[in-house]
Design a protein around this ligand. Structure first.
Ligand code: DON
Length: 308
């Protein structure tokens, strides 16, 4: 199978899933943009902190809508995770207000440096140092709600992850273009983001999520909260999250953010919509000094972490 999408973030190596999931590409792209902002020095309860993360999400999701699709059919540029491209995008972010993102950007070598075909990405953690990150999806609840008789296997409704026409949103409000149009034999675009983070070549964090496009931003929050803000993995996953996917023009803000935050982000011209709870995220960390693994599940729903 092809190599994972790879980037670095503040001295760590981030390994993510290749297209046709957009997760690996956009987790990496948003982190590359955010590296230009010293998040650890910012007040994580400030509107500035939330604003800069929102702006980076918007830029990445605008690119997702245009560029991403099954690489067996569409030209998906590897330059989307280029550091110099991220620097250009970061320079478009103003701290005082929300900047309109009219369309996608153009990453370097966008016509000839492309992701190639790949098979299902598989990734778990054990004391031998083996780590796997797995995400599987049937799309919306119970998929197509059809079980193949005698098997117990639920058929998915993954057709919804294609864009049926330019600008027409799917079940998660995502839009897309030609790259993710329906075609025979083509796999629909995903947001699955099974991620493994290495420090000095050794796995120290794995994280993944459910929630459609929010998968990408949930995984980002867990990485930012753990690596930048040094939260233990349980706190990193439980902490309030926001989500912006470029279209619709709407900043989803969990109600655990206070009213003042919502007002300050509105003052920066973000269009806020409050949401009680967004997505479900899971993660494991490994402390290289103590040799202790810590697993955490999302308190937003039922789940558990176990070890032996
Ligand atoms: O692959 C995707 O991006 C979607 N099929 C994921 C859907 C999803 O996470 C639904 N769940 N909570």
């Amino acid at each position: 199978s092809p190599p994972p999408v790879r980037t670095t973030y503040r001295g760590h190596t981030i390994l993510g899933m290749q297209p046709p999931s957009s997760g690996g590409v956009h987790v990496a792209q948003v982190l590359n943009i955010l590296e230009h902002f010293d998040l650890a020095k910012m007040d994580s309860n400030s509107a500035d902190f939330c604003h800069v993360i929102t702006e980076a999400m918007k830029l990445a999701f605008a690119d997702r809508a245009h560029w991403l699709g099954d690489p067996a059919f569409a030209k998906v540029p590897r330059g989307l995770v280029d550091k110099a491209y991220a620097k250009q995008l970061a320079a478009r972010i103003r701290m005082d207000r929300a900047t309109p993102v009219k369309t996608h950007g153009t990453p370097p070598r966008s016509t000839d440096d492309l992701y190639s075909k790949h098979t299902t990405h598989f990734s778990c953690a054990d004391g031998e140092g083996n780590w796997v990150a797995i995400t599987a999806t049937v799309n919306t609840s119970f998929g197509s709600k059809v079980i193949i008789p005698g098997t117990g296997v639920i058929m998915n409704n993954e057709m919804d992850d294609f864009s049926i026409a330019p600008g027409v949103p799917n079940a998660f409000g995502l839009i897309g273009g030609e790259n993710n149009a329906v075609a025979a034999g083509k796999r629909p675009l995903s947001s699955m983001s099974p991620t493994i983070v290495l420090r000095d070549g050794q796995p120290v964090l794995t994280v993944g999520a459910a929630g459609g496009p929010k998968i990408i931003t949930e995984v980002l929050w867990a990485i930012i909260n753990h690596l930048d803000l040094e939260m233990p993995i349980g706190e990193a996953i439980a902490a309030p999250r926001l989500h912006h996917q470029w279209a619709p023009k709407q900043l989803l803000l969990e109600t655990t953010f206070d009213k003042k935050m919502a007002e300050q982000l509105t003052a920066k011209q973000h269009q806020i919509k409050r949401s009680r709870s967004m997505g479900i995220c899971q993660g494991i960390t490994f402390d290289t000094k103590t040799g202790i693994f810590t697993g955490a599940f999302d308190p937003r729903t039922t789940g558990s972490a176990a070890g032996e």
